[in-house]
Design a protein around this ligand. Structure first.
Ligand code: SF4
Ligand code: SF4
Length: 166
């Protein structure tokens, strides 16, 4: 993908400076109804991922341990052929909210080429991240300013939304 690495580098250089403006923008967004928001989010989400290739990034898999639900565990155990008790011992820990999460960052299933070795069976939290597609965007307004620090696509989407004056 052309310029993907350049977009990621630009995000790394600028992400700190935008935290406050993003919070302010998202705060104003949550206070009013915006009928077009789902459509705008879907369009900007698609556009962001034509500019940024996750395989050039993998920052979410490197820095945020995903929640792993019971059904995720069952699916992953089936895929890896590991017993549930062994899987928990080897890959999971309980976080401060008592949720089960991957026990290391980077994620134990992240490969050197930035691919996920359990991609087809990855946790639901990984599928949903970064929560920017259509109604996912609207339903997670409180997460985006924080996520823009970890995900260049979220950063890009918020900058574009501010430019459009959503
Ligand atoms: S399970 Fe796969 S997609 Fe999820 S954090 Fe680990 S490497 Fe990334
Ligand atoms: S942080 Fe965002 S851009 Fe990077 S790999 Fe994750 S979802 Fe893709």
């Amino acid at each position: 993908m052309e310029n993907s690495l350049a977009h990621i580098q630009a995000w790394k250089n600028r992400r700190r400076s935008q935290k406050k403006p993003f919070k302010k923008f998202l705060g104003s967004l949550s206070k009013r109804k915006n009928k077009d928001l789902d459509q705008k989010a879907a369009e900007l989400n698609e556009k962001a991922f034509t500019k940024i290739d996750c395989l050039d990034c993998a920052n979410c898999c490197t820095s945020i341990p995903p929640i792993v639900t019971r059904s995720d565990v069952r699916r992953l155990c089936k895929a890896t052929g590991i017993k549930e008790s062994e899987f928990k011992k080897q890959y999971l820990r309980q976080d401060e909210d008592d949720d089960w999460v991957m026990n290391t960052t980077p994620c134990p299933f992240l490969q050197e080429d930035n691919k996920c070795s359990v991609y087809e069976d990855r946790p639901k939290a990984c599928r949903k991240y970064p929560h920017t597609d259509a109604d996912e965007f609207r339903n997670n307004l409180d997460l985006h300013a924080g996520n823009a620090h970890y995900c260049p696509a979220v950063f890009h989407i918020l900058e574009e939304m501010i430019k459009l004056g959503s």
